[in-house]
Write a protein that binds this ligand. Structure first.
Ligand SMILES: [Zn+2]
Length: 207
């Protein structure tokens, strides 16, 4: 063994040790991030984000129900997700056309709720009833599985605020209308492209 070999071996051992430290740090960071994510992922999101959903067994729901985590969003082009794929085709096409135009103007455009299963809608309504104390009050914010336009694939909730503002100005060019006065994020295909949107209902219970 030459001196050169020994030096090189020491050097590579030092590199190995440094790499190990880096890996440990990455692992630690990922662990913390996953932990934080798990904390933030508790509960389900509805139009009104009822806090009573916290503690619900969200594992019973998945992407097949159109479930999108509270505070999370998906791309309007995520056709691989049932939340997008099971939207009524006309609405989905209009929403994607509008999203392309908005994004071209540097507007962030995401979907916070799309199609939902009836079972998922029922969980949202039950949680809202627990939150607001009565079905009458809850229904101002969350529709029943029988009446929800999300369950039929005829409604999408759009974020962020800039996209809501953009849609309030340009949505009707694509036939997209805000249908409830108390939900500036909730859009339905409610007119012909370039047509006039119908008068807004005060809230979901008014429909
Ligand atoms: Zn909605």
């Amino acid at each position: 063994m030459t001196l050169f070999d020994t030096t090189r071996r020491r050097h590579s051992r030092r590199v190995l040790a440094a790499a190990l430290v880096v890996f440990l740090l990455i692992g630690l960071t990922l662990g913390v991030l996953v932990g934080l994510h798990a904390l933030g992922a508790r509960g389900l999101s509805g139009d009104a984000l009822p806090g009573a959903l916290q503690g619900q067994d969200s594992a019973a729901f998945g992407v097949d129900d159109g479930y999108i985590e509270e505070g999370e969003s998906v791309s309007p082009f995520a056709d691989e997700l049932p939340a997008i794929a099971r939207l009524e085709p006309g609405l989905r096409a209009a929403m994607q056309d509008a999203a392309r135009a908005a994004i071209a103007e540097d507007v962030e455009f995401v979907v916070t709720n799309g199609w939902r299963s009836a079972a998922y809608q029922k969980v949202l309504l039950d949680a809202a009833i627990a939150e607001y104390g009565s079905e009458e009050e809850a229904r101002r914010f969350v529709s029943t599985p029988e009446t929800s336009k999300h369950v039929t694939g005829e409604a999408v909730d759009i974020g962020r605020t800039d996209a809501n503002s953009w849609l309030s100005q340009h949505g009707s060019d694509y036939g997209l209308c805000q249908t409830y006065a108390n939900e500036m994020w909730h859009f339905e295909l409610a007119t012909t492209p370039g047509g006039e949107c119908p008068a807004q209902l005060s809230d979901a219970s008014a429909g």
